[in-house]
Ligand binder design. Sequence first.
Ligand SMILES: [Zn+2]
Ligand SMILES: [Zn+2]
Length: 134
Amino acid sequence: MRIDGRCHCGFIAYEAEIDPEKVMICHCTDCQTLSGSAFRTTALTREGGFRLLSGALKTYVKVAQSGAKRLQGFCPECGSPICATSEGNDPKVYSIRIGTARQRDDLIPKAQIWCRSAQPWVTGLSSIRQLEME
Ligand SMILES: [Zn+2]
Ligand SMILES: [Zn+2]
């Protein structure tokens, strides 16, 4: 499935070819910190299936306890997280942060990972009082 998206300020624009069966929620603590939220929603591309249409990503290298490095790409102007990928120049799989995708309403998560670090209230969102903001 082809998607496209942009950061909040519009400096970054991209298109990607993602697998709609690989749309996931990640509850790991790194995703909580890096997204500034309770969890992250991502979609995996096919190899090489990400293309910048404008701007240039700033990259932060996250080192896992295992030593594995993940490149975290974000907009240098507004800080919107855009994608993550591995090091190197081979065709790579990208993990797109789907809150930036124009088609995000159609990208329904198929799985949740790192559930042991999930915030306990996320499974009961519908029980939290709902208010509409103007
Ligand atoms: Zn931006
Ligand atoms: Zn995560």
